[in-house]
Design a protein around this ligand. Structure first.
Ligand code: UD1
Length: 372
């Protein structure tokens, strides 16, 4: 029995790795057929993650690459349809909220192949986020919706999704985090490997990531954020692995010289084990990523989210996350609070325990392969 499993972009890889491992090593009832859409394709955005997370070579690489939303989504759909015709899976499994998620989900459902969505029900209630559109639509299409936190089921019920399609299986990205923590690359090793000579000490730097279109595509917001980062860097050094989108925008806007070279360490996108190490040893994390909000909660590291909202409220109510938006004063206040008092400590949310892949596979077997 074949299950087509889809990955496309960087944040998908750490969610899929434990599921593939569970299917391959523990449960031989289901044969995973791995499709990579090619949404992310660089060595640093894709290959390093496959290697470090032990994801097998994809059975099929659709090689779609970058493009506008319409072009990328349409190309994925065109390339994905023949795969389903050939493989005839009993279901298609998608993770997260990227363009690859909705594109492959839509193709599957139109072919009447059941769709399974891992990380269902998260809502920022901000329709300007492309991911929010992907989340809402993928959830409407899905036959089985597997959630990472209990609030997700309430969001889904409001949208008319019936209870029997929803199952709380926990956060599979945290399976990856827990199984790789010991192998994380120490911060000094990472900096050394990137040829950085600045003296940094563990728990005495801020880690920054920035890539949301709302923050980096709008020049006024980007300019404001870069100037806040300059200010933060006067208090403690900042390590900044730069997403390709952000690199382009900062360069185009001529903002590079606003970041003092001796206080802001700009790196290319780093691998999974490097990022884990950078997070573990950070005094605080500043980010607009969804994944980092969860990973910092799991690691107990204070996180300042540079967005007006979050689709992951449990990281705020139970975890170490604070939503501050892009207001300079609020960001600086939050940084100061963490430097003075250490920031939120939080606790580990329910089912963020390293066993999510096991629960996910068990639920799939129960639903689609009864009697096994
Ligand atoms: C995508 C996801 C976003 C996720 C992010 C993580 C959507 C709508 N967005 O955004 O949810 O948080 O991935 O990284 O799916 N590029 C490269 N090399 C690559 C891939 C991209 O240089 O391997 C550059 C291209 O110039 C491209 C740009 O980055 O145009 C943006 O890539 P894209 O996949 O369109 O969106 P992301 O911003 O990465």
């Amino acid at each position: 029995q074949t299950l087509v499993c889809v990955v496309g972009a960087r944040p998908n890889f750490m969610k899929m790795a434990p599921i593939i491992r569970q299917l391959q090593n523990v449960n031989h009832l289901i044969r995973p057929y791995l499709v990579h859409t090619g949404q992310h394709y660089d060595q640093a955005m894709k290959d390093t993650f496959f290697q470090q997370l032990g994801i097998p070579e994809p059975d099929k690489d659709l090689g779609v690459g970058s493009g506008s939303h319409a072009v990328q989504t349409a190309n994925i759909m065109l390339q994905f349809e023949p795969v389903l015709d050939e493989i005839k899976p009993f279901a298609v499994l998608v993770v997260g909220d990227v363009n690859s998620t909705i594109a492959c989900g839509l193709v599957a459902v139109k072919k009447q192949i059941p769709l399974i969505h891992v990380e269902a029900g998260l809502r920022s209630y901000d329709r300007e986020m492309p991911e929010e559109i992907n989340r809402i639509l993928t959830d409407q299409l899905s036959d089985l919706l597997l959630t990472t936190e209990r609030a997700a089921a309430d969001n889904l019920q409001k949208e008319g999704v019936s209870d029997d399609r929803i199952c709380f299986t926990g956060n599979v990205m945290i399976d990856s985090l827990l199984s790789n923590c010991q192998q994380a690359s120490p911060v000094l090793t990472t900096l050394h490997n990137y040829g950085c000579k600045i003296d940094i000490q563990a728990k005495n730097y801020a880690l920054l990531t920035l890539h949301r279109p709302s923050n980096v595509d709008d020049i006024d917001t980007l300019t404001k954020l870069i100037s806040v980062i300059g200010e933060v860097s006067q208090k403690l050094p900042v390590i900044f692995p730069v997403h390709p989108r952000t690199q382009q925008k900062i360069t185009q806007a001529g903002l590079l010289d606003k970041l003092p070279e001796d206080r802001v360490i700009m790196l290319p996108p780093v691998g999974y084990l490097e990022m884990l190490g950078l997070m573990q040893s950070a005094k605080l994390v500043l980010t607009d990523s969804g994944g980092l909000q969860e990973e910092t909660t799991a690691l107990g590291v204070p996180c300042i989210t540079l967005r007006e909202n979050t689709e992951r409220p449990i990281t705020v109510t139970e975890g170490t996350n604070t939503i501050v938006g892009t207001d300079t004063a609020k960001i600086m206040q939050c940084v100061d609070d963490i430097l003075i008092s250490g920031g939120k400590t939080g606790r580990i949310p329910e089912y963020w325990d390293g066993q999510a892949a096991q629960r996910i596979v068990a639920e799939i077997v129960r639903r689609y392969l009864p009697g096994n």
